[in-house]
Design a protein around this ligand. Structure first.
Ligand SMILES: Nc1ncnc2c1ncn2[C@@H]1O[C@H](COP(=O)(O)OP(=O)(O)OP(=O)(O)O)[C@@H](O)[C@H]1O
Length: 686
């Protein structure tokens, strides 16, 4: 074995031993309660200390499989450390800075590995021949299948020479299997600039498929937690919002691998739906109206219309006397509260409070009383009157009435929606309210009501992925939870939802972050160039303003178009899956949602183990309905009958663009039906 490799492996061993020591120390401090005080006053301090230690223990867990460092920077001696110690990193020849997913220190607090997010790590990502940033050599390590350090590659930065990128290319081009992994070892400068943007800057990142938007968003969260952890936690923590559960489970491992365990992940429907599932699909006309921002006004009116003045006298009995408030007094209190613009539930509470206060004043004026405001606030007559005037609201009931009761909708939407728009919103009343099914846009309406009743909890920073599909009403649901900035990721060419906002400036306006920056990533790391060029034939039809993306990957033989005899496509697809199994990597079989059952049967009959996306289970072959495929990738992708994918929905070409851009190594397009027109002109040339 090359002595240099041996030395690096030994250093890796030493780092692992120190990591074990750090883990043992923290676990024993938790067990013994080291440093905790006994006094009652110490309770809070002890709690915080324990919480802090538990977090560190969690961060240090779970990294046994990942290499502890992925590269180092070689500086002249004395450039980084104050004095040479004769150690591996500080010697008379050089100062070495090792970079890893987490920082590791030895017993004396000496840094052995620097966290990739630390200021010292910047040069690893940004230094080049023109700006070496004091670095003489950048080294990258390669690891074999078993995770053993097996190679390294040096890139001298202090003198002209070719820039080495064999290991970098190998890492980017490695076949994919399983869920998404972190990219700390290979983040590119244009991506890193976005990862490290200041915490209070809202970013909206437009990027072609595979340009690393999701990766950038997740690494940005990890970076922000490193630099601003306390501030973000105090502001409510951080969250990732994605389109569906399949996507969230695909990305679920990335942040924990970077030591970040306290990040919540939710689908947009989980955020808005309070546990109700989105089982219904709105037709495009309905969706366009329901997702429109004017619905916020309709819902607001519908809610506040429930508040009605009463034309009766309030009579409060207290210690054998009756105290009265007349309708005009009550109306005065109501008007005062309404003019303050309080939340619905706060206003309700305030009404009870003010009525009680007024009665109390009457009592005092009549010669004093032993009654208290608190007692009167709970008086049965006051509570009953408030319930009548300012009824408690159940969002699901309110939206149920709005969408199924013509008069109710007409009253709330008068002057806001046209008669035709109201018409498309209405649907037949279900047998019972419980039988009502909800669409993703219905859930956004529910959230709008819930937020008018009571403001939702805030979040310190939110990453919103696949944001090109969100309607204004969805964006409002996110906006009202934002305590700080957010990172919005998406690609307008992949927008399939009829209610989506079509441009990023408007997205930022709905998020109430109109000063946010719109950035673009154009360099693709997933899809081979030939495949990307093929898919880009759709761009003039789906997003004419977007530039065609370029690809980092130029693998030969990446694109296969196969025309089958009518009725033979399914069998051909199954055969292609069996062939693909002979090679490394994951396989995604993508088809129109309606075609999934037939493919499932055919794969089962052939005895090919597979998982159906959207249900539990994992296998090398994933059978994926195209409606769930956004954001995912497979090493080999088979797209079955593009024309059927296009025909299945209004924005079918966009859906097809998503399907064609999931492949990392190879794309097979299988069809008996004629290919959709926009894909045709160059077909012969492929
Ligand atoms: N700098 C990088 N080094 C290595 N791999 C990278 C890099 N950037 C992106 N990738 C990889 O490229 C693939 C695509 O990245 P990602 O899913 O983040 O792209 P995306 O822009 O969100 O794509 P889509 O629009 O399809 O959702 C992932 O496997 C990711 O790990």
């Amino acid at each position: 074995m090359e002595p240099e490799i041996r030395a690096e492996r030994e250093y890796l061993q030493a780092c692992r031993a120190e990591l074990d020591r750090m883990r043992k120390e923290i676990n024993s401090a938790i067990e013994t309660g080291m440093g905790e005080g006994d006094a009652v006053d110490d309770k809070y301090f002890n709690h915080v200390l324990r919480q802090f230690r538990t977090e560190i223990a969690e961060e240090l867990a779970d990294i046994d499989d990942a290499p502890l460092f992925f590269g180092h920077l070689d500086y002249p001696p004395g450039e980084v450390y104050e004095a040479a110690r004769g150690s591996h990193t500080r010697s008379p020849e050089h100062d070495l800075v090792y970079l890893g997913r987490r920082g590791i220190r030895d017993d004396d607090g000496e840094p052995l590995v620097i966290d990739w997010r630390a200021p010292l790590a910047r040069a690893f990502y940004e230094a080049d021949h023109d700006h070496p940033m004091g670095v003489r050599v950048r080294r990258r390590y390669g690891f074999d299948q078993a995770g053993l350090l097996s190679a390294y590659e040096d890139e001298p930065l202090d003198r002209p020479g070719s820039s080495a990128n064999r290991l970098l290319t190998a890492e980017i081009e490695r076949p994919r299997q399983g869920p998404m992994r972190d990219i700390v070892a290979t983040i590119q400068p244009d991506q890193m600039r976005l990862v490290r943007a200041p915490v209070d800057r809202t970013l909206c990142i437009q990027g072609a498929p595979g340009t690393g938007k999701t990766a950038v968003g997740l690494h940005r969260l990890a970076y922000l937690l490193y630099t601003e952890r306390v501030r973000l936690q105090k502001a409510g923590g951080v969250a990732v919002i994605g389109p569906n559960r399949s996507f969230l489970s695909y990305i679920a491992g990335v942040l924990p691998a970077l030591g970040e365990v306290a990040v919540s992940q939710a689908t947009i429907d989980e955020l808005t739906g309070a546990g109700l599932p989105a089982e219904r699909v709105d037709d495009p006309r309905t969706a366009r109206v329901k997702g429109d921002v004017r619905m916020a006004e309709v819902v607001r009116r519908q809610l506040w219309a429930r508040i009605r003045p009463v034309d009766r006298t309030l009579e409060v009995k207290y210690q054998h006397r009756t105290w009265r408030l007349y309708p005009e007094d009550i109306a005065e209190e109501l008007a005062e509260i309404l003019s303050r613009g309080a939340d619905y539930s706060a206003g309700r509470e305030l009404l009870a409070q003010r009525l009680a206060h007024r009665i109390l004043r009457e009592m005092e004026r009549a010669g004093g009383t032993s009654a208290t405001l608190h007692q009167l606030r709970r008086n049965g007559a006051i509570t009953k009157l408030v319930r009548e005037m300012w009824p408690a609201v159940e969002p699901a009931r309110l939206i149920h009435d709005l969408l199924t009761d013509k008069d109710c909708l007409a009253e709330a939407a008068d002057g806001v929606l046209t008669a035709e728009e109201q018409e498309v919103l209405l649907r037949p009343r279900p047998r019972s309210r419980k039988a009502m099914t909800w669409s993703t846009l219905d859930l956004a309406l529910l959230d709008e009501v819930a937020a008018l009743v009571e403001r939702p909890a805030k979040l310190g920073h939110v990453v919103v992925d696949e944001a090109q599909d969100l309607s204004p009403m969805h964006l409002r649901a996110i906006a009202r939870r934002l305590a700080g900035a957010c990172t919005v990721l998406g690609d307008v060419a992949q927008a399939t939802s009829p209610s989506a906002v079509r441009d990023w400036a408007t997205v930022l306006t709905h998020l109430e972050r109109s000063t946010g920056r719109i950035e673009e990533l154009t360099h693709g790391y997933r899809v081979p160039a030939d495949v990307l060029d093929f898919a880009a034939r759709l761009l003039p039809h789906i997003a004419p303003d977007l530039r065609s993306p370029t690809s980092f990957r130029h693998s030969a033989d990446a694109l296969h178009l196969t025309e089958t005899a009518p009725g033979e496509t399914v069998a051909t697809a199954v055969m292609a899956c069996a062939t693909a199994l002979k090679q490394e990597g994951s396989i995604g079989l993508l088809a129109a949602d309606d075609d999934i059952p037939e493919l499932h049967r055919a794969l089962t009959e052939r005895g090919l183990d597979h998982a159906v996306l959207g249900t539990d289970g994992a296998a090398r072959i994933t059978l994926a309905p195209v409606s769930l495929a956004k954001g995912l990738e497979y090493d080999t992708v088979l797209v079955v009958e593009p024309a059927r994918i296009v025909a299945a929905e209004e924005r079918g070409l966009q859906r097809l663009y998503v399907a064609l851009t999931r492949a990392v190594s190879t794309l097979h397009v299988l069809h008996a039906d004629r290919l959709p027109e926009p894909l045709l002109p160059q077909t012969a040339a492929v």
